[in-house]
Design a protein around this ligand. Structure first.
Ligand code: NAD
Length: 333
């Protein structure tokens, strides 16, 4: 049996990984700790490590892995902005990911955020439980006939576009690599900002997309725009978003990701003092809905994530190719 050091392990990870690991010749050591330079040593004697979105795979961690003789890390996610791919190459650590587990899964969550915010069902839920059946403040916004601007029409963005079309919305998009023939009207980024009633982010976080939505961008956006982010938190400047919400420029924001999420997401911090004032203020707004990076979390997606992660490692360790290996040059895409 080959050992896998599994970082940031959660109860919902285990059923599928337990089921698939044994037959594939793996024994999994689950660690609830995040992967950091301090915890990387837990991977001693393991053949591979398995990491998630808020684990750190920087130069220090990869150097430690290399010194432990560990040559493979399987990300059980699609995004890889938390990995220093150049350092991985330098230290001979191969990085794998799950590029597509179910694009609909994330797109459906984006749609859930959008529909909740525009029909205020999150407010109605708490009200009616307290026997408050008043409709004051619950006036919604029709989506049919509105324009949704999609940034990034890859796997998730395209699914989301189709879902929005099903709602009779007009779909426009911006992508550095457009998908011609998908029936999507591509426009420049500034035009997308000016025309969108709803703006949904589906591009990866790269040096080029860091704070793509910033103070300057908010000036271009329509008054009352609804912003949905299920991609990566740092695509949005959170302080600028907060100001745009306070000024009424942004009508509502649905955030499954947050740029400083690593400190709190996936943890129960309800009995602790939260020091992140920006997050505190965002959470206190009636038109902001935050979910803690859960867009991937469905039974079907968890199964596919486990299957692909186990297959990535088995194929690599058996010398059978590396279909989902990440290389340094893709990081700039
Ligand atoms: P994808 O690679 O299929 O598509 C990304 C698209 O973004 C591509 O079409 C690409 O050309 C485009 N793009 C790249 N750089 C761009 C730029 N500078 N400006 C505009 N477009 C750009 O990825 P995907 O599978 O559709 O996933 C999208 C993102 O969703 C991922 O990067 C990941 O960060 C995020 N994600 C989040 C969750 C979650 O649970 N919240 C789950 C999975 C994926």
């Amino acid at each position: 049996m080959d050992d896998i050091a599994f970082f940031d392990a959660r109860s919902y990870d285990k059923p599928w990984f337990d089921k698939l690991s044994g037959p594939a010749g793996f024994s999994i050591r689950y660690y609830e700790s995040r992967l950091t330079p301090e915890t990387a040593i837990l991977a001693h004697n393991a053949r591979a490590a398995c990491a998630f979105v808020n684990d750190t795979l920087n130069r220090d961690v990869l150097k430690i892995f290399s010194s432990l003789g560990l040559t493979a890390v399987a990300l059980r996610c699609a995004g890889f902005n938390n990995v220093d791919l150049k350092a991985a190459e330098e230290f001979g650590v191969h990085i794998f990911r799950v590029p597509a587990y179910s694009p609909s899964t994330v797109a459906e969550h984006a749609l859930a955020l959008l529909l909740t915010l525009t029909r205020r069902t999150h407010k109605a839920f708490t009200r009616t439980r307290e026997r408050n059946f008043s409709l004051e403040g619950l006036t919604g916004m029709d989506l049919a006939g509105k324009t949704v601007g999609i940034v990034g029409t890859g796997r998730v963005g395209l699914k989301f576009a189709n879902m929005c079309r099903g709602l009779d919305m007009r779909v426009i998009a911006y992508d550095v690599d457009p998908v011609w023939g998908a029936g999507i009207e591509y426009v420049r980024f500034d035009e997308l900002c000016r025309r969108s009633d709803v703006l949904s982010l589906h591009c990866p976080l790269t040096p080029e997309t860091y704070h793509l939505i910033n103070r300057g961008t908010f000036h271009m956006l329509r008054d009352g725009v609804v912003i949905i982010n299920t991609s990566r938190g740092a695509l949005l400047d959170s302080d600028a978003l907060l100001d745009a919400i306070k000024s009424g420029k942004v009508g509502a924001a649905g955030l499954d990701v947050y740029e400083e999420e690593a400190d709190v997401f996936y943890e129960d911090v309800s009995s602790k003092v939260m020091r992140d004032d920006t997050l505190n203020l965002l959470l206190s707004q009636p038109n902001v809905l935050v979910t803690s990076h859960q867009a991937f979390l469905t039974d079907g997606a968890l199964r596919t994530i486990a299957e692909t992660t186990i297959r990535n490692l088995r194929d690599f360790l058996d010398g059978n190719g590396a279909e989902n290996e990440l290389r340094a040059e893709v990081a700039v895409k």
